[in-house]
Design a protein around this ligand. Structure first.
Ligand SMILES: [Ca+2]
Length: 82
């Protein structure tokens, strides 16, 4: 479990870095979420996740309640649980 979480964090960090390349501001999970929520409905759907290879691979791990969407709280939990 710990190893899985660590792998997720490492993947997310790498993923955040690739997105941050286009931004001059420091990375935050809130900013990253907004970039990923392309239709701005407040949730990251499977379709939105599929646009990013790393996120697509992590989707099931991040979707803690299994409803098919990543909520802001699920996304923040994954980022802050170090
Ligand atoms: Ca969305």
């Amino acid at each position: 479990m710990l190893n899985t979480k660590r792998n997720i964090l490492l993947s997310l960090s790498a993923f955040a870095f690739t997105l941050a390349l286009t931004s001059t501001s420091a990375f935050s999970s809130e900013d990253l979420f907004k970039k990923l929520d392309t239709n701005t409905d407040g949730m990251i759907s499977k379709a939105e996740a599929e646009a990013h290879q790393v996120l697509n691979e992590l989707f099931d791990s991040l979707d803690l309640d299994g409803d098919g969407f990543i909520s802001p709280s699920e996304f923040t939990t994954a980022n802050l649980d170090k």
